[in-house]
Ligand binder design. Structure first.
Ligand SMILES: CC(C)(COP(=O)(O)OP(=O)(O)OC[C@H]1O[C@@H](n2cnc3c(N)ncnc32)[C@H](O)[C@@H]1OP(=O)(O)O)[C@@H](O)C(=O)NCCC(=O)NCCS
Length: 177
């Protein structure tokens, strides 16, 4: 199963990432400690870090598990953030990040909604889910706004190296059919 290479929503185009996104990602959010605080990776120190990330994200599209999309506004191709799907057995996990300049405009909710709708429309996907750090309420709110319900806390589930060198408790949200 493979999701579409492109989604169009009211305001956004979600498209496959490309190497020329490196500058926008590096300058826009990958070095920002506020943006990266609850991510699983450390802020990028040079654009080579961003290029290495993009090489993996692009290569992932040749596989059958991880599909990341550049978030762009309609009519402007600049990558403002990314939203992604990780396909598992009978389920899909959603993840996202956005440059701080664009926060609180409903952008990630709109982007994630498109992925959730696609995933829930697949006959073999029964569960769409996401996790976030217990101290990341903006991310939890996105999960609620795309229709997910809070399942509980996964204790010591994931490493967020910008917050702690020990695994963090995470909120787990899902939508099922
Ligand atoms: C989480 C993130 C992707 C949200 O993107 P966004 O486009 O700003 O999200 P939206 O505008 O669609 O929705 C954000 C919601 O969170 C709310 N919110 C923002 N900051 C908040 C805070 N500190 N506490 C509680 N709610 C908060 C907003 O008010 C909004 O809810 P509302 O529409 O009910 O008012 C963005 O903040 C981000 O990139 N954060 C850093 C990366 C990250 O943490 N990614 C998720 C990892 S699990």
């Amino acid at each position: 199963m493979r999701p579409p290479e492109r989604f169009e929503t009211e305001r956004l185009v979600l498209r496959m990432p490309c190497m020329t996104d490196a500058e926008a990602i590096f300058a826009g959010y990958a070095t920002d400690p506020e943006v990266t605080r609850y991510m699983t990776w450390r802020p990028h120190e040079s654009i080579e870090d961003t290029r290495a990330f993009l090489e993996i994200a692009i290569a992932d599209w040749s596989g059958d598990r991880s599909f990341g999309y550049a978030i762009t506004m309609r009519g402007a191709d600049e990558c403002l953030g990314m939203v992604g799907l990780n396909l598992g057995d009978y389920n899909a996990e959603v993840g996202y990040v956005l440059a701080r300049e664009y926060w609180c405009q409903g952008i990630v909710t709109e982007a994630a909604q498109a992925l959730v709708e696609w995933a829930m429309a697949q006959p073999t996907i029964y569960r769409v889910w996401a996790i976030c750090d217990v101290d990341n309420p903006a991310s939890a709110r996105v999960m609620e706004k795309v229709g997910m319900e809070r399942e509980g806390i996964l204790r010591r589930r994931i490493m967020h190296p910008n917050v702690s060198d020990e695994p963090r408790d995470c909120l787990c949200y899902s939508i099922v059919k």
